[in-house]
Design a protein around this ligand. Structure first.
Ligand code: WT7
Length: 632
């Protein structure tokens, strides 16, 4: 297992080594894994192409590193503890041995259903143990999983199926979330009206709602595993074989499939998990994310299980059946490391301290934050009332593309600072550049956050479109990976993330492209043109504000606004639904016809200072009208 960093000087030493001798450094970390064949070169890279490879010609299977590597010592230890949506339903504990057997059995079942190495498999499932089993079984046979958050619409699901030409879908009849029962299989059926590649659907029975099963294509999960062997020899994977695809939004067009590969992802997932959270054997760790996001991949499933940890999986929502549910679960399982998102913290903070007070929370050692900048107020509330002033907060900055945490305190080892992600992990070589790409050296600087050297779990490509990967991440600043985030390095050298500098909005820690939301709005027959911007939102971090030019004939403004919201919800999913819609007669445009989003952002955030010169616009009058229309 990985040797954890234990002291501040240990961190400084390890960081130095990782940048002066990266090959030796990562080679040594990788030694603690089980390789069927050792690599013959640690790294080869070229950010211009981009072409990045780690542990070249190494052969491995990540599930052997989760199971076979641990079974003798940890076979009877809980791997996953599952807490259901309804607290009166029994929880489920799967030991490493049980999870291993279920993974192997489902791997065999998938093979029997004709799913093979290299096939793309969509996982569209609720937060149940079978979702983790589905991921692990894909990894076991070398099928490429693409998990799609079960809150996405049929249309979004179809886009992803088409983009990766998926052969199979692993899903469930329905999904329990809070007081709702959500039909899941029905959404899959609707998506499939638009796609042609799916040959097999395996359906888990979770809610017992009625579903349609298509003869020959659809099979129940429990029938697929009936009588199937629980022994399976792991597929041999090359270090650079495609491991999984995860779709994420950008500033243009449709979501892109971020591609991660086998060897580097494995090494970095365990390394970052063990260090950041300082997990010790016997600890109980809980990350509240959904497996549909990268956080669920790296820090519910792969990182913790590689480290032999006990990982809690929670099916429900933070406020059901009461706003103390998170804290109740922390006490119930004596959680030691708790990892959640600022939006959840702020939402719970809004209920005051009554829901927190009944709970001891004294098992907690480390509390974490991820997904968006955590504001100081939420940081202090989390620190004082959840961590009781004694737990370091690990504010972890990373992205779907980075595969693992790049900037974060190491719990109890390196210092914390409210609202700062603080310092890079070993192996992570950051660079701040101005808009012309000049490096901003020294402390007390602010600019665009880039990385100048590869790290093992970085994305390798965007599925089916390598040029898009190059354009998006490697062309803004020559020779650098550009994150899309603005950052400040303060006088002490600590990093504070300032948020996106591109047309991406971060809603409750979920990434939305403004163009993507606009495209959805424009699908409404009464909409002529639209522009979407983010604005500060108390709970969500950022809310979605849409300006739309519409043909109002036959509608009232109120009914049309509601229809527009519903259109987005239907096309992308409820998470993309605009918080505000304003009907306008025109959008502020430059003489070349470009929408001046800066002005719209000012209006949406109710801040009319520094509007800048609007007289050079194509249509300066429209600004006054928009300001009035916004009630300002
Ligand atoms: C974007 C990545 C990484 C898993 C969850 C989101 C923002 C993420 C932080 C943080 C400030 C953060 C960035 C980043 N972000 N973590 N600790 N502090 N901002 O993954 O959907 O790929 O989004 O989330 O803007 O670029 P994602």
């Amino acid at each position: 297992m990985i040797q954890k960093i234990q002291t501040l000087s240990g961190y400084i030493h390890e960081y130095q080594k990782s940048i002066t001798q990266p090959e030796e450094f990562w080679g040594r970390v990788a030694e603690s894994f089980h390789w069927q064949q050792k690599w013959d070169q640690v790294v080869s890279w070229d950010f211009e192409k981009p072409d990045v490879k780690w542990f070249l010609n190494g052969k491995l299977n990540i599930t052997e590193n989760i199971f076979e590597r641990h079974l003798y010592t940890l076979g009877d230890k809980p791997a996953i503890i599952w807490e259901p949506n309804d607290p009166s339903e029994a929880s489920i504990t799967l030991t490493y041995r049980e999870l291993y057997e279920k993974t192997c059995q489902f791997a065999n079942a998938m093979l029997e259903q004709g799913i093979q190495k290299g096939d793309r498999v969509i996982i569209y499932m609720p937060m149940v143990p079978e979702a983790a089993i589905a991921m692990l079984a894909c990894a076991r046979i070398g099928a490429v999983h693409s998990v799609v958050f079960a809150g996405f619409s049929a249309n979004s699901l179809a886009d992803r199926i088409i983009d990766c030409q998926a052969k199979a879908i692993l899903t469930s009849d329905g999904n329990f979330r809070g007081t709702k029962t959500i039909p899941v299989k029905a959404v899959v059926d609707e998506a499939l009206e638009k796609t042609r590649t799916i040959e097999k659907i395996i359906v888990l029975k979770r809610t017992n709602i009625e579903v349609t099963m298509k003869e020959g294509r659809d099979i129940w999960w429990h029938e697929a595993i009936e009588g199937v062997s629980t022994a399976h020899q792991a597929e041999v994977m090359d270090s650079e074989d495609l491991f999984f695809i995860l779709y994420t939004s950008g500033s243009t067009g449709k979501p892109k499939g971020v591609v991660h590969s086998c060897g580097g992802y494995m090494v970095y997932a365990e390394y970052s998990f063990a260090n950041v959270f300082q997990y010790s054997q016997g600890d109980v760790y809980w990350c509240t994310a959904d497996i549909g996001w990268i956080t669920g991949h790296s820090y519910i499933v792969y990182g913790p299980l590689l480290a032999g940890a006990t990982s809690i999986m929670f099916e429900g929502v933070p406020t059901h059946p009461h706003p103390g549910r998170f804290w109740e679960i922390v006490d119930k399982y004596k959680v030691n490391q708790f990892y959640t998102a600022p939006t959840a913290i702020r939402a719970l903070q809004a209920y005051g301290l009554d829901p927190v007070e009944p709970y001891k929370l004294d098992s907690l050692k480390v509390i974490g934050s991820v997904g968006e900048p955590i504001n100081e107020e939420a940081w202090h509330w989390y620190h004082d009332h959840i961590g009781k002033g004694k737990c370091p907060i690990v504010d972890t900055w990373w992205q779907t593309e980075t595969g693992g945490i790049l900037i974060s305190p190491i719990a109890g080892v390196t210092p914390t600072k409210p609202a700062f992600a603080t310092l890079p992990l070993p192996g992570v070589q950051l660079m701040i550049v101005d808009n012309e790409g000049n490096e901003l050296k020294g402390n007390g600087v602010e600019g665009n956050l880039c990385v100048k050297f590869p790290w093992p779990s970085m994305l390798r490509t965007t599925y089916g479109d390598h040029e898009r990967c190059r354009q998006t991440y490697f062309s803004s600043f020559k020779g650098l990976y550009f994150t899309g985030d603005g950052v400040k390095r303060d006088h002490d050298g600590y990093y504070r993330i300032l948020g996106r500098v591109d047309d991406v909005i971060n809603v409750s820690g979920h990434r939305m492209g403004t163009a993507e939301v606009e495209n959805a709005i424009n699908e409404h027959p009464k909409v002529i043109e639209s522009a979407v911007v983010g604005y500060p939102h108390d709970i969500k971090g950022q809310g979605i504000y849409a300006f739309a030019i519409c043909d109002l004939e036959g509608r009232t403004e109120a009914s049309l606004k509601e229809e527009i919201k519903q259109t987005v919800s239907k096309i992308i999913g409820p998470i993309a639904k605009p918080d505000q819609v304003q009907i306008v007669s025109g959008l502020p445009k430059t003489r070349s016809g470009k929408i001046m989003r800066r002005i719209l952002r000012k209006v949406a955030s109710k801040d009319l200072n520094n509007m800048g010169d609007t007289s050079t616009l194509l249509n300066p009058d429209v600004v006054e009208e928009i300001i009035k229309g916004a009630g300002l």
